[in-house]
Design a protein around this ligand. Structure first.
Ligand code: HEM
Length: 463
């Protein structure tokens, strides 16, 4: 199954891809695997989906992946440096999402695209945030006269990307590349350099098409990861008992205080932090994952002819009452956040994200036994094997989100850093903290209102 219709839709409406380049995508029936689909007549150099997808996978899981994470870490740490100078007095801030839209998002953009975009546009953070807010209107394909502000911010970012491309092309030379063979100060990464070469090889691609494509990538890079990181920090700090449990977990791994990029494996293994991360994605992600059938298929007794579009809503699976564990006497309903939902305790056979009855039905009992054997003497483990098919915030199959490994690393590192160094007191009302589903289908949702908060430095010795 392919996802081409959705891709063309996003390229056209969300990113403003010119018609000639869109035509290339529409004509590309060769698939995204190395070997073209047998019936395809697309010329090898016009295999737009295959070439862009292969370079994406190389970037998000290839040899430069750890360098990408380290660049993000360095940039994020530098951006939050001023917060480390906070003292024991509370400092009030207007919006927790705005904190992530600036410090977290710009670090992700810098790690991928270098610094020119931000240097050229000091309001890059605010523009990306506005672009995200307007994305639901853009994705509906409203004409310009009905959404002038949405198009204005998209045009501004498009011009920003075009100007970055021009400057990078003018100033880059191979000696600017770091010793790691990846980062450079103009394009930012080997990924961005290789994309340019790929674009130049496509007949039908001009500089506007290249800018629209990179604007689309920057959108994918930031749109979902930013609110998800915010929800994780919000949920941890909203609940002082949870925050203190996470601190205990961080302390046990020697991660209280100064977390370094080399600590990433330890951070990724923290059961409770992983559970909070997974639960936030379960609760606050509403994606529609579309696929077209390359041939006739049968699913659950339904027959779909070749060329049908099938749409999977992630929240249907993620809020399935028949599958998810909701605790004793439904104490943790499926529509509510529960930090422990993804934890399995060796001494409690009823713990774990998926109800035992549902595990037996799907025949995944072996997976549970494997996982619980790994439990520490008396601590829980993060349990995920049984959630396959139920927890799908990143989509699934061969087109699953390629950014998921990076997203997990960056979100968990940011949450660990902000829990081990700061006390954050959330001042928003329950109404403000509700999820705003206007972006339904685009994946991670934002809160309805602003999230005002107070922040002060925290360390164990100050307690
Ligand atoms: C919490 C963070 C994220 C969430 C919830 C998320 C969610 C998704 C979903 C649901 C899809 C569709 C997958 C499918 O069709 O099966 C997707 C695709 C995609 N994501 Fe993510 N994503 C996140 C972070 C990222 C990041 C950090 C990047 C970049 C490094 C990224 C890049 C992409 C790209 C390029 C695609 C399209 C892939 C293709 O064309 O095949 N995402 N994402």
């Amino acid at each position: 199954m392919t996802g081409m219709t959705a891709q063309v839709f996003c390229l056209r409406y969300l990113f403003g891809m010119p018609t000639a380049a869109l035509q290339m995508y529409r004509a590309d029936d060769s698939g995204f695997h190395e070997k073209p689909a047998p019936q395809s007549t697309v010329r090898p150099e016009n295999r737009v989906d295959y070439y862009t997808h292969a370079s994406l996978l190389a970037f998000t899981s290839g040899k430069h992946f750890s360098g990408f994470y380290r660049r993000w870490f360095k940039s994020f740490s530098a951006r939050v440096q001023s917060f480390h100078e906070l003292n024991d007095n509370w400092t009030q801030q207007p919006d927790l999402l705005a904190f992530f839209e600036r410090n977290f998002a710009l670090a992700v953009v810098e790690a991928t695209c270098g610094t020119i975009l931000e240097r050229e546009n000091p309001n890059l953070a605010e523009d990306l945030a506005a672009y995200a807010r307007y994305s639901p209107s853009l994705s509906k394909g409203l004409p310009r006269c009905f959404a002038p502000s949405a198009y204005a911010v998209r045009d501004k970012l498009f011009a920003n990307v075009k100007s970055w491309h021009k400057q990078a092309e003018k100033n880059f030379n191979p000696s600017s590349v770091d010793d790691d063979g990846d980062a450079d100060p103009f394009w930012g990464s080997e990924f961005m350099r290789s994309r340019q070469k790929i674009f130049q090889g496509f007949g039908g691609f001009d500089e506007d098409a290249a800018a629209a494509s990179d604007l689309g990538f920057i959108w994918a890079l930031t749109y979902n990861i930013v609110p998800t990181a915010m929800w994780v920090v919000l949920e941890i700090h909203k609940e002082p008992i949870l925050r203190s449990t996470i601190r205990t977990e961080l302390k046990q791994e020697g991660l209280l205080g100064d977390i370094q990029s080399d600590d990433i494996q330890k951070v990724l293994n923290l059961p409770r932090l992983q559970s909070v991360y997974a639960e936030c994605l379960r609760l606050y992600t509403q994606a529609v994952v579309p696929r077209e059938t390359a041939q006739k298929v049968q699913i659950n007794g339904w027959e779909f002819p070749k060329g049908s579009t099938i749409v999977i809503s992630t929240d249907v699976a993620q809020l399935d009452k028949a599958a998810w564990n909701t605790g004793i006497d439904n104490g943790h309903p499926i529509e509510k956040f529960w930090a422990e939902r993804f934890l399995s305790y060796p001494e409690d056979p009823n713990s774990g994200p998926i109800m035992k009855s549902s595990i037996i039905q799907t025949g995944r009992v072996g997976g549970v036994q494997d996982e619980t054997q790994k439990c520490h003497a008396n601590g829980p483990i993060f349990s995920e094997k049984t959630t396959v098919g139920h927890w799908i915030p990143y989509g699934g199959g061969a087109r699953i989100c390629p950014g998921r490994h990076f997203a997990k690393r960056a979100i968990m590192t940011a949450a660990a850093t902000m829990t081990s160094n700061f006390d954050i007191q959330i001042l928003a009302s329950e109404e403000q903290m509700k999820m705003d589903s206007r972006g339904y289908g685009l994946a991670a949702q934002r809160p309805v209102g602003r999230i005002p908060y107070r922040i002060k430095r925290w360390s164990e010795s100050r307690e």
